[in-house]
Design a binder for this molecule. Structure first.
Ligand code: SF4
Ligand code: SF4
Length: 344
């Protein structure tokens, strides 16, 4: 594990650590379902949190990627469509998906990083004229202390916070971070607890809890990468769609084609598979979109069928029949006046 010098002006309080009974000087991290037992400088499963001095964050403030992205790239299709978003990535992850497309930052802590205190992040976004910040790319929630500081500051400056996460976090931590977030995209990677645990190193039940809890307070979208011979069966896709619909049938579901990455080398998902899953999910969900195939992904008014948003290549987004009617943060159909599920 790389070790970096935390900046002198970066002060943090490590949280979610507790002394571990019967383990002299050891601590338990209670942030996520792994509940790692850590002795001394040992790092947890995520590589980003250690047991040093009762619990330490050796990567506090270290950012592996900084970019300005279209918000559609997160993907978020129903939150501030067409906007650009300041996007930050970190190092480490509390899951180990063998098909991870960002494994160079999620599965190692040796990637190049830059140190930023939260004030610098928010100031940079402000200088660029951006009104939202995304915490994304690897798994942001293992850096929850840093996120909470950035998010609080961003809110104070009138910015929105977008979280892109695997959702694999314990309820107490979820309850603390969700109120600071405005919109979230959660990965629902499959619908098998066994596969979550044995192949991905995560917990399906924690992710389901997170999606439910987030949907009670903030804008939620869900993404599933469809992987041949892993989760591309109709029954499993139906279960994913059924679960999302049980939370709310207006949650957009992004059904994305996989391409080989990291340790997974089966051929890419066929477009027909994605389109078939989308068609079946459309019986349960109002908004299903595809990723990594050329499918257009328009959004129509569910009442009159007006084309609300047209999407093209390279995240090109054209807002057509959408109007802001009240100060309620919701768009309405410009043709028939129906309230849409799209927020600004
Ligand atoms: S956040 Fe990291 S250290 Fe904490 S329990 Fe999860 S994997 Fe372990
Ligand atoms: S949860 Fe996301 S970042 Fe983490 S290993 Fe899986 S795909 Fe990669």
């Amino acid at each position: 594990m790389n070790s970096y010098a935390i900046r002198a002006d970066a002060q943090y309080s490590a949280r979610f650590f507790k002394p571990a009974d019967g383990l002299d000087g050891g601590v338990r991290c209670e942030l996520c379902p792994h509940r790692c037992l850590l002795r001394g400088g040992e790092a947890g499963f995520c590589k980003a949190r250690t047991g040093e001095s009762g619990g330490a964050l050796p990567f506090y403030g270290f950012v592996s990627s900084v970019a300005v992205d279209p918000i559609e790239k997160k993907p978020l299709f129903h939150y501030r469509p067409g906007e650009k978003i300041f996007s930050l990535g970190f190092v480490g992850c509390n899951m180990q998906c063998p098909f991870c497309q960002n494994w160079r930052i999620s599965q190692t802590t040796d990637s190049a990083v830059q140190a930023f205190v939260p004030e610098e992040i928010v100031s940079k976004a402000t200088e660029l004229g951006l009104k939202q910040i995304a915490y994304t790319y690897s798994e942001p929630l293992i850096h929850i202390e840093y996120l909470a500081e950035c998010m609080t500051l961003a809110r104070e400056r009138g910015m929105a916070n977008v979280l892109v996460t695997n959702g694999c976090i314990n309820d107490k931590a979820a309850a603390e971070i969700i109120p600071l977030v405005d919109a979230v995209n959660v990965d629902l990677k499959c619908f098998s607890e066994v596969n979550y645990r044995k192949i991905l190193g995560g917990s399906l039940s924690a992710v389901k809890h997170f999606i439910k809890a987030a949907s009670e307070c903030v804008h939620v979208e869900v993404t599933t990468l469809i992987i041949p011979d892993f989760n591309d069966g109709a029954a499993e896709a139906d279960e994913c769609a059924g679960f999302i619909a049980s939370v709310s049938n207006s949650i957009p579901w992004h059904i994305s084609a996989y391409y080989p990455a990291y340790k997974w080398d089966v051929p890419p998902t066929k477009a027909e598979t994605i389109l078939e899953i989308k068609k079946r999910a459309g019986q349960k969900l109002l908004y299903c979109y595809t990723g990594n195939i050329n499918d257009g992904n328009p959004t129509y008014c569910i009442n009159c069928g007006a084309l609300l948003i047209r999407r093209g290549c390279s995240y090109k987004t054209e807002i057509l029949e959408l109007v802001k009617k009240n100060e309620d943060g919701v768009y309405y159909c410009g043709r028939c006046g129906t309230r849409t599920a799209i927020r600004y």
